[in-house]
Every structure is written in C-alpha cells, then in structure tokens.
Ligand binder design. Structure first.
Ligand SMILES: [Zn+2]
Length: 522
C-alpha cells in the first residue's frame, strides 16, 4: 500500500475503505428472532443483578477482556446493567418490516453492549465499556484528509464538509489543527464566488451549507490569513438574496427554504459579525422585512409538528437534525429561555426528544420508528444542552446551578463506545456499517456533549453582547450524577464544543472578536 505524506509530515496510511462486512461471532443472532427477555416483568426489575461468584471470578481473572471460553457461553461484563443487555420487555405483536429491522438492530447491538463482540479488543473499564480508541480515530481522520478513490467523485460538492468533519473530529480528540491552516486556506480560496458566498468546490454555486462548513473550518485553524479570507460584505449581500417573505431563509438561490438555511445563515452572520439588517436590494424588503431575523423565529415555530419534534419546513416530518438546526438558530437569535420558550411547546418537544433514545441500544434515532444511528448522538444529543438551558435560564458564569440530566448520558456513552467504534479507527452509524468522517465527527461530538454541562450566562465575549457567545461549560464528573453515572474513563474525555457552533469555544469566540475588531464598510 503506497505511503501518503500527510500535512502532519508523517507517513500515513491511505484512508481505509473496507469492502467486507464486519464479521461477528454472534452473526447468527442478527437473523434470529429476538431473544426472550430474562428480565423480571412482574417486578419491573431492570437493575443489574448482583455479580455472581462466577462473575466476580471472571472480573478478577480477566479485568480487561470479555470471557472467551469455547466450552461456556461468553459472559457479559459484570459492569453492564440489565437495561443494556436485555431486549425490550414489551414487544409489539404485529410484525412489520420496521419491527424486524428494529429487532435485528437490537440483536446486533447486544453483543457489542455486553462487550462480547470479536471486533472489540478492549480494554474495558469497570462499567464494561470499551475505551475510546483515540489513536485509531486520530489516524482515521488524518487519512480522511488525503486521497480518495475515484468513486468518491460524487462527494466533490461536499469538500468543505469533509474538511470540517475531519478538523472538528481531530479537535475533539485534542489534536492541534492549526497545522492545516495553509491547506485550508488554499482549499477555500477558489471556492469563494465573486458574487458572494462559498460553493462546494471551484466554480460551484454558493450554498449556505458549504459556507457554514467553510466558516467553521476557518475558525478552527484560526490566524489572520484564515479569518480574513471570506469577503464578508459580499457574503452579507449574497445571504440577503436568500431571505424569504415568510421569514425563512433558502439554502441557496433558487434552492430549498428550510431550517438548514436558517441555521447555517445565522451561524455565518453571527460568527462573521455581519449586519443583521438586510442589504438594501434584498427582495424580502419589499414585503416589509428589515432584518435577517424578521419573522425567523415565527417561521421556526411553525416547524414544530404534532409530535413535538421539529421538521425541516412547516408541514414536514419531525427530524433530529432539523430539531438541532432550529433550536441552535433560536439560541443565536436570543437567549434560549426567551426564544425557545416563546417559539416551542417545550414539554411536547421534551417528550419527542426523549422518545428518540432507545433501550437497550442507548443511542438516538432521528425520527419516529427509525433505528438508532451514531450521528444523532450530535443532532439529537446536542439538543439537550439547549433544552436544559431553556429550562434553567441564565446562570452565573462562575457558579451555575447543577441540574440533573434530561436524558441517559450513560446510555448514549455505552452506545457510542461499545457500538460505534470501528476496530481500525473511525466511528459509524451502527454495528455492521462502515465508518466515515461524518459519523466520526458527529458521534464524537455527541460523546463530548455527554461529558460537559453547558449553560448560558449574561457575560458575552462579544462587545455587542451577542448572547450566542455567552455559553460556558464545566466537566461532568461521576459524583455529580448518581442517578446517571459517567461510564467513561477520564482519559477518554474529549474537548468541549460550543453547543451552537459545534467547534471549540475559543475558535468561535476568536473569530467573532476578530471580526468585531475588523469591521467592513458597506
Ligand atoms: Zn447517521
């Protein structure tokens, strides 16, 4: 296999594109009917049984490896509670394609949750959770910035995203991504269009999503050359063309109007300190709108569905990624306890978000009757700090109130570390799927979100008092959440990410401050 010299200066593997399915020692289980539950339905006992003498012997003899005795059935790690090693107690008697897929997914996940799958090399901690394979994930993400096979030509318009996913993942893992500054600048210069905005590649149409990914990547590598790359006046004028008479924002000229457009545009506007007033020639001005936020929160409110979740546009199906986009957008417009409370039925939203987390898998699904998927560790998982802050209100920067968790941090941690890690690096949707940089980035973002308490304050780094820059965080430690204990080791703690901008706090703050200090003339 030819060696590629990466920007880090080290010889690296080419990015791996495995073609074979993950082999499982419990493969038969995937196609077998779901196991009968051994849990005690009558008593509702879902607690982990006390370790038997045999369990304790196993623990003593082989703390870091699952039991592998061909003469005996392998035993789950003693630290795994019954909730995460038993199928659901209640099953719908009606069998459908959806229920079969769900049962198959549960069966696939169980051997991983129990720490029994042959692709899990360990080590496992006292909770029966595998360690984060940091070195492998770092290697995978560095490789993801190198060459791709010809079959990836269809990803050409996603190049800004691929840069963002890799740099964000590496930042989460504690890598210094400023070493990529020159490469990032030379990648994005030809993507900027003279009429404003950034496309997915040289000569491609400007799009809010590629502009979002590019701005975040530039913020992460930092430095004046990167921060001044974007022509902010032209970006502002281009964004003005996307504002719609009903308050929403299109993703590109002639493109869809949805919450992605709203979130991506407001991220770009707030990070680059663009004027909130619409450009004089913006079409939406003819309908009485004067700013980018005119009618925007009402548009987002109309995206909440009868289920309580949030859809991409009014009248569509609720979806985890759109929920995050809408909530984060509201948290840019104002403080969450004001904007989210005003625009959303919060109890109904909490109910829908709670229904996204499954047991025994522990991960999140994106929609009703869909399967768990690692990327929703971010899209759904990162809704929780925004909802928590909506309920808690403004906190003291130095002494925030400690609230309990609104979701099972333990469940999500178990799903990510047990089910989503690929043996050779990278994280994935679920067992049986291949890793990719998108799932690696967003699954790690979800793991980071589990590990910190995020809260908003009245203290903003912005001289203009922009509330999106008032967020603080503190690490959550085991002792704080006895009802929902941390099940990751401290060495597996990731970098805290800004709950709205999904990059390190300092990267977001530095970009905003630099832009405020370098205003452009209209
Ligand atoms: Zn996914």
């Amino acid at each position: 296999m030819p060696v590629v010299i990466a920007a880090a200066g080290k010889p690296r593997r080419r990015v791996r594109f495995s073609s074979s399915q993950t082999q499982t020692s419990a493969a038969a289980r995937e196609h077998a009917p779901i196991r009968s539950s051994r849990s005690n339905l009558a008593t509702g006992n879902r607690q982990s049984p006390a370790p038997t003498p045999r369990d304790q012997t196993v623990l003593k003899q082989n703390q870091n490896q699952p039991q592998r005795d061909s003469m005996c059935e392998p035993q789950p790690h003693p630290g795994v509670p019954a909730l995460f090693k038993e199928p659901p107690v209640l099953l719908d008697a009606l069998t459908t394609e959806t229920s079969e897929l769900q049962n198959g997914t549960v069966n696939k996940c169980l051997s991983f949750l129990e720490g029994l799958h042959s692709s899990q090399p360990g080590p496992f901690n006292k909770f029966g959770v595998p360690s984060l394979r940091q070195d492998e994930h770092v290697g995978y993400l560095y490789d993801s910035l190198e060459e791709y096979p010809a079959g990836f030509a269809g990803m050409d318009a996603s190049r800004p995203w691929m840069v963002y996913w890799a740099l964000a993942g590496l930042s989460l893992l504690g890598e210094d991504v400023t070493r990529f500054r020159e490469r990032v600048i030379s990648t994005f210069v030809p993507m900027q269009n003279p009429t404003g905005g950034i496309g997915g590649g040289h000569g491609q149409l400007s799009h809010c999503a590629s502009g979002y990914a590019a701005v975040l990547a530039l913020a992460m590598v930092g430095g004046e050359e990167a921060l001044k790359l974007i022509d902010r006046e032209r970006m502002w004028r281009w964004l003005g063309k996307l504002k719609q008479p009903d308050g929403g924002i299109r993703v590109c000229e002639g493109g869809e109007e949805d919450v992605r457009g709203a979130y991506c545009a407001m991220v770009i506007i707030s990070l680059l300190d663009l004027p909130l007033t619409l450009p004089p020639d913006a079409e939406a001005r003819k309908y009485g709108l004067e700013t980018f936020t005119s009618g925007l929160s009402d548009y987002l409110a109309r995206c909440q569905t009868f289920e309580g979740g949030i859809s991409g546009s009014p009248g569509s199906e609720a979806h985890g990624a759109y929920a995050f986009c809408a909530l984060a957008c509201l948290c840019i417009i104002g403080q969450p306890d004001e904007t989210v409370s005003r625009c959303m039925d919060v109890p109904l939203l909490l109910s829908w978000l709670s229904a996204r987390q499954y047991a025994p898998e522990g991960g999140f699904s994106g929609r009703t009757n869909k399967l768990v998927d690692g990327c929703y560790s971010h899209w759904v998982g990162s809704c929780w700090p925004l909802l928590q802050s909506t309920l808690d209100g403004v906190q003291s920067a130095a002494d925030p109130r400690r609230a309990g968790s609104l979701y099972s941090r333990e469940g999500l941690t178990r799903y990510i570390l047990a089910c989503c890690q690929s043996k050779h690096g990278g994280l994935r949707d679920k067992p049986g799927k291949h890793p990719d940089s998108y799932h690696t980035c967003y699954t790690l973002t979800g793991l980071s979100s589990v590990q910190y308490h995020h809260y908003h304050t009245t203290s903003s780094v912005s001289s203009k008092g922009a509330s999106a820059f008032s967020w603080k965080y503190t690490p959550i430690t085991t002792s704080e959440t006895p009802s929902d204990q941390n099940v990751f080791d401290e060495k597996d703690r990731l970098t805290a990410f800004h709950p709205i901008y999904v990059i390190p706090h300092a990267a977001a703050e530095n970009m905003r401050v630099w832009c405020e200090q370098n205003p452009f003339k209209i």
